[in-house]
Write a protein that binds this ligand. Structure first.
Ligand SMILES: CC1=C(/C=C/C(C)=C/C=C/C(C)=C/C=C/C=C(C)/C=C/C=O)C(C)(C)CCC1
Ligand SMILES: [Fe+2]
Length: 553
C-alpha cells in the first residue's frame, strides 16, 4: 500500500519501506516525560508514516515552487532505507557500497538558506550485490545539525550563514568563539572517503567537521580527532587518500601560506612535511582541493583568497568568506614529498578552480622529471560561479544560458627554474558544452599519467551542469550523457576488479530527474552508455562527492 510520508520529494506512485526518524513535537515529547525535541527510530508502518512529523517544519517562504526541481529541495525525512527497483542489468562484479555526501537540508522552519554549500549534510548509500540494489539516505548528526534541530535556528557559522546574535553580549561571545573556532560549523557536507584502514570519513573545510560514519547504517559514529599539534581551523576539503597515506593542506591565515601534512593510514596523527609561503597577499588563496604526483605535492595559490574581514561578517558578501585580488598574482608551488623542499614556484595566468582532476610528472627521454602537469576544472578565472550556486539562482531557471564557462585547465609547471608556468584548455571546451566540474578518475592513475576523466558538463542553455561527460585527454574527444531536465551529480568511476584498461569499469551518478524522481545511474565507463538505473521511491536533492566501499575489504 502506498505510504504517505511527510517527504515532499516522495514520488506518489511508489511505496517505501523500513525506517523513518520522527522528531517528536514538544507535546509528544513532554507526554513521554521530556521537554526537549527528541528523535526516535521506529519501524515504518503506514500509521507511523502518516504520524511522523517533519523534522523541521516545512518552509513556506518559497511560495509553492511546484516547478522547482527536486535537486534543490530539502529532504525533510531524516532517513530511509529500502530495496530499489532496477531497470537494466547491473554488472554482477559490482559488489559493494557507493556513498555520496552533500547538503540535503537547506531550511530551518520558515528560514531558507541562501547557498548550496550551506545545507546540512546528508549521505546517500546504494549497495550493490548480485545485480540488486538497496538504497538509503540519512542526515549526518553533526553538532551543527543537532543544535539547529534542537533550537530551530542556526547555531554555528556555515559557509554563508551566520547565527544572528540576540544581544550585544552574545555578539561579543560570537567574535571570541570565532577566533577559538568553537562557533565554526562541523557540518560535514562536502566529501566522503574510505581510508585504507576501512574507516569512512565525511569532510568539509572546517577541521572539526571531520566525522566518521558507518557505511552500512550511515550512523554518525564519532568525530575524527587529529592527535597532533598541527592545529589549524580549516583545511582542504579534499585530502589525497591512498591505501597507505593521507595528504592534507592547511592554509595559514596569520602568516599567509600553507602547511603540507601527511598521515599514515591507521593513525590520527598528521606529520608536518613542509610549508609554502604565499607569494601574493594578503591571505592564502582558497584551497578546496590540490593535486599530487608520485613524488610531489602541488600547492595552488589562486587570486580568490580567504578574507578575514569576510570571515567575521554577519551577512554574506558576493564572494562569501573570500575576496578576489587580481593584482596579487596566481602561483603554483611544487613541494617534494620526501624532503618538504619547494622545487618550483611559478607565476601562472589567473584561475578559478574548486577541483583538481589529477597531476603527473612529465619526463624527458632519460627519465628526468622536466615539468609537472596538473589538470583542474577551471572556471575561466570567473568567480561568478559562486553566484551560480546560490539556491535562488539554481531554483529559478528561465531558459537563459547563465552557467559560467569552464574547461579542463591544464597547468604545465616547469622544474628548470623558469619563473612562469602555463595554463591552457586541455581540449576544446565546446565539446563538453563549456561546463566542467565534479570530476573523477580511475584511482589507479592517481598522481600518474592518465587518459580519462569523468565529470559533469553542460547542455546549453542551462544554469547548472546538466550532463555527464567522459573526456579522453589523449585523443581530446568527449562522450556525453544527457536527459532533459535531469540534474546528475559527480560521475564516480568504479573500476572492475582485475581491470587492466583505464576505463574498464562503471561511472555511477545520482540523478535528480525533472519529474521529481531520483535514481542511481550506472554507465559503462568505456562506451558511456547506460547499463542500469536503480530507482529511489523519492526524488533526491543534488549532492557532491562520492566514494566506493568494496564488500569485505
Ligand atoms: C570556506 C569556509 C567554510 C566552508 C566551506 C565549504 C563548506 C566549502 C564547500 C565547497 C564546495 C562544496 C565546493 C563545491 C564546488 C562545486 C561545484 C563548482 C559544482 C559544479 C557543478 O558541477 C567554513 C568551514 C564554513 C568556514 C571557514 C571558511
Ligand atoms: Fe569538492
Amino acid at each position: 500500500h502506498p505510504l504517505h510520508l511527510p517527504l515532499d520529494n516522495m514520488s506518489p506512485t511508489m511505496s517505501s519501506s523500513l525506517y523513518t526518524v520522527a522528531a517528536l513535537s514538544g507535546r509528544r515529547a513532554s507526554q513521554q516525560g521530556g521537554n526537549k525535541q527528541r528523535a526516535v527510530v521506529q519501524p515504518l508502518t503506514a500509521d507511523a508514516a502518516t504520524e511522523a512529523l517533519p523534522l523541521i517544519s516545512a518552509p513556506r517562504r518559497r511560495g509553492g515552487g511546484a516547478d522547482e526541481l527536486v535537486a534543490w529541495k530539502s529532504i525533510r525525512q531524516e532517513r530511509w532505507e529500502g530495496v530499489l527497483e532496477v531497470e537494466g542489468n547491473l554488472p554482477l562484479w559490482l559488489d559493494g557500497t557507493y556513498l555520496r555526501n552533500g547538503p540535503g537540508l537547506w531550511d530551518l522552519g520558515d528560514y531558507g538558506f541562501r547557498h548550496l554549500f550551506d545545507g546540512y549534510a546528508m549521505l546517500v548509500r546504494v549497495s550493490f550485490r548480485d545485480g540488486h540494489a538497496v538504497g538509503a539516505h540519512r542526515q549526518i548528526e553533526s553538532e551543527a545539525y543537532k543544535a539547529a534541530r534542537e533550537h530551530g535556528k542556526l547555531c554555528y557559522r556555515e559557509f554563508s550563514e551566520v547565527p544572528k546574535p540576540d544581544s550585544f553580549t552574545s555578539f561579543i561571545g560570537q567574535l571570541v568563539s570565532l577566533f577559538s573556532g568553537s562557533s565554526l560549523t562541523d557540518n560535514s557536507n562536502t566529501g566522503v572517503l574510505r581510508l585504507g584502514d576501512g574507516r569512512v570519513l565525511c569532510l568539509t573545510e572546517s577541521v572539526k567537521g571531520s566525522i566518521i560514519v558507518d557505511p552500512d547504517t550511515l550512523d554518525t559514529v564519532s568525530k575524527f580527532e587529529y592527535q597532533d599539534k598541527l592545529g589549524g581551523l580549516i583545511h582542504s576539503a579534499h585530502p589525497i587518500v591512498t591505501d597507505t597515506e593521507f595528504w592534507t593542506l592547511i592554509p595559514d591565515l596569520i602568516r599567509p601560506g600553507y602547511v603540507v601534512a601527511r598521515m599514515d593510514i591507521g593513525s590520527n596523527e598528521r606529520q608536518f612535511v613542509g610549508r609554502v609561503d604565499c607569494r601574493g597577499g594578503p591571505a592564502p588563496g582558497w584551497v578546496h582541493s590540490f593535486p599530487v604526483t608520485e613524488n610531489y605535492v602541488v600547492v595552488p595559490e589562486m587570486p580568490l583568497r580567504y578574507c578575514v574581514a569576510n570571515l567575521l561578517r554577519a551577512e554574506p558578501t558576493p564572494l562569501y568568506k573570500f575576496q578576489w585580488y587580481p593584482d596579487s598574482g596566481s602561483y603554483m608551488h611544487v613541494m617534494c614529498k620526501a624532503s618538504g623542499n619547494i622545487v618550483a614556484s611559478v607565476e601562472v595566468p589567473p584561475f578559478m578552480t574548486f577541483h583538481f582532476i589529477n597531476a603527473y610528472e612529465e619526463k624527458d627521454e632519460e627519465g628526468r622529471v622536466t615539468a609537472i602537469i596538473a589538470d583542474c576544472c577551471e572556471h575561466n578565472a570567473n568567480t561568478s560561479i559562486l553566484d551560480n550556486l546560490r539556491l535562488h539562482n539554481l531554483r529559478s531557471f528561465t531558459g537563459e544560458d547563465v552557467l559560467i564557462d569552464s574547461r579542463v585547465g591544464r597547468f604545465r609547471i616547469p622544474l628548470d627554474g623558469s619563473p612562469f608556468g602555463e595554463l591552457e584548455a586541455a581540449l576544446d571546451p565546446e565539446d563538453h558544452g563549456r561546463g566542467m566540474d565534479m570530476c573523477s578518475i580511475n584511482p589507479a592513475h592517481l598522481g600518474k599519467e592518465y587518459r580519462y576523466t569523468y565529470a559533469c558538463g553542460a547542455h546549453r542553455p542551462c544554469n547548472f551542469p546538466n550532463t555527464l561527460t567522459k573526456i579522453d585527454l589523449v585523443e581530446k574527444t568527449v562522450m556525453n550523457w544527457y536527459e532533459e531536465g535531469a540534474v546528475p551529480s559527480e560521475p564516480y568511476f568504479v573500476p572492475r576488479p582485475g581491470a587492466v584498461e583505464e576505463d574498464d569499469g562503471v561511472a555511477i551518478s545520482m540523478v535528480s530527474a525533472k519529474d521529481g524522481s531520483g535514481y542511481a545511474l550506472v554507465l559503462d565507463a568505456k562506451t558511456f552508455k547506460e547499463i542500469a538505473r536503480a530507482n529511489f521511491p523519492y526524488g533526491l536533492p543534488y549532492g557532491l562527492h562520492c566514494c566506493w566501499v568494496p564488500r569485505n575489504k
